[in-house]
Design a protein around this ligand. Structure first.
Ligand code: MRU
Length: 367
């Protein structure tokens, strides 16, 4: 995507220095800073501290982490250690495990002398594939937006609500939920996006930043506003991303997604989820009982981060000192509340039959 006239992916390999560069998302939307990720510890920190975030981006970053680890010690033992070390950084987004498994499966049969170069090639491939996959998700999702636009023959905007950031910053490029939005906007459709704030980390502000850079009209709203807007006929469509979707179509995504799906159902508003197939956990059927939900730090709730008038980034307390808090970072939307899934191979029902109709190669995976 274009930032200040230059095309950026959310990560890229610096050939000259042989390091990965990323956009440090902990500074967004206030400041656009890029940093180098050098050691394996840096990779783990970048994922855990959410300098990179969003399911597909976490996976691509981890693949580069494996490549880094293979440079100094390409042994089986180090491959295993690296897998465990990186996998422990965040528990919910399945793309992390997916990328680590893909790396391990590809590298294990190779002689140790070939592993470092092959791991780097594979990381590049995973990143490039992500861009193409998200572009295709956009092409399929565009059909949904176009249909709604056609029904509005008065030229009013198609009003889309999204939660969290499932934008290009959560992937390598394009985004998942935002890819149809960017493509619809680029072909001249009139859109307006309601951007949920997404407390506690306010990823909605990152979505607003992205949409603003791309010129997509949008309004930032508090998380509790969505139901009200839906009741008043101000939302035509909801599109979110997901961190893990079960083979039966239950959708785990940022905390608060479930409430949006409930409100959408009550108001007969289509609720779509955009995802690459790497976000489907084919080994899991029941999202509520089988997906580990990340519990993040108390400080994310008891404090809120922002920038002062003097331009200083910092946090201020919003609860009485010592208030007990809870911070589950994700929730599960049961498949019955999901109108459909938008994947790189097309649209399908949020069900095992729907997913397997597009991805029959996973029929035999035991779930
Ligand atoms: O905790 P985060 O910011 O990594 O969570 C991100 C989300 O929940 C996204 O909506 C999800 O990863 C889908 S991203 C394409």
């Amino acid at each position: 995507m274009i930032v200040d006239g230059k095309h950026f992916r959310s990560l890229w390999w610096n050939e000259t220095r042989s390091v990965l560069e990323i956009i440090d998302q902990t500074w967004l939307p206030y400041d656009f800073r890029t940093i180098q990720v050098v050691t394996l510890q840096d990779f783990a920190d970048a994922i855990r501290e959410m300098k990179v975030r969003g399911a597909p981006l976490i996976g691509a970053t981890a693949a580069y982490g494996v490549a880094r680890a293979m440079e100094s010690d390409p042994s089986d033992a180090n491959l295993d250690r690296t897998w465990n070390f990186l996998e422990a950084t965040r528990p919910t987004a399945i793309n992390l495990k997916w990328a680590l498994n893909r790396c391990r499966d590809a590298l294990l049969p190779l002689p140790e002398s070939d592993r470092a170069a092959s791991a780097l090639e594979l990381a590049h491939l995973i990143a490039d594939e992500d861009v193409q996959i998200n572009k295709k998700i956009g092409q399929h999702g565009l059909k949904i937006i176009s249909k709604i636009a056609q029904r509005k023959n008065n030229g009013d905007p198609v009003r889309i609500l999204t939660h969290c950031n499932a934008g290009w910053l959560a992937t390598v490029d394009w985004g998942t939920a935002t890819s149809p939005i960017y493509q619809a906007h680029d072909m001249g459709l009139n859109l307006h996006v309601w951007v949920d704030e997404t407390r506690p980390r306010n990823q909605g502000a990152i979505t607003a930043w992205e949409l603003g850079k791309h010129g997509v009209p949008h309004t930032y709203i508090v998380d509790n506003a969505g139901g009200h807007l839906m009741q008043h006929g101000m939302v035509d469509l909801v599109i979110t991303g997901t961190d893990r979707t079960t083979r039966c179509g239950d959708v785990c995504n940022k905390i608060g997604t479930y409430l949006k799906a409930l409100a959408a159902k009550d108001n007969d508003i289509p609720f779509y989820v955009a995802l690459p197939s790497s976000t489907v956990d084919w080994t899991v059927r029941n999202g509520l009982s089988e997906i580990p939900i990340e519990e993040r730090s108390d400080a994310e709730i008891s404090n809120i981060q922002g920038i002062s008038d003097a331009g200083k980034l910092g946090a201020v307390a919003v609860t009485p000192e010592g208030t007990p808090v809870g911070n589950p970072a994700f929730d599960v939307t049961p498949s019955r509340l999901v109108t459909g899934l938008i994947t790189e191979r097309g649209l399908c029902d949020a069900s095992e039959t729907g997913l397997l109709s597009l991805f029959p190669e996973f029929s035999d995976t035991v779930g």
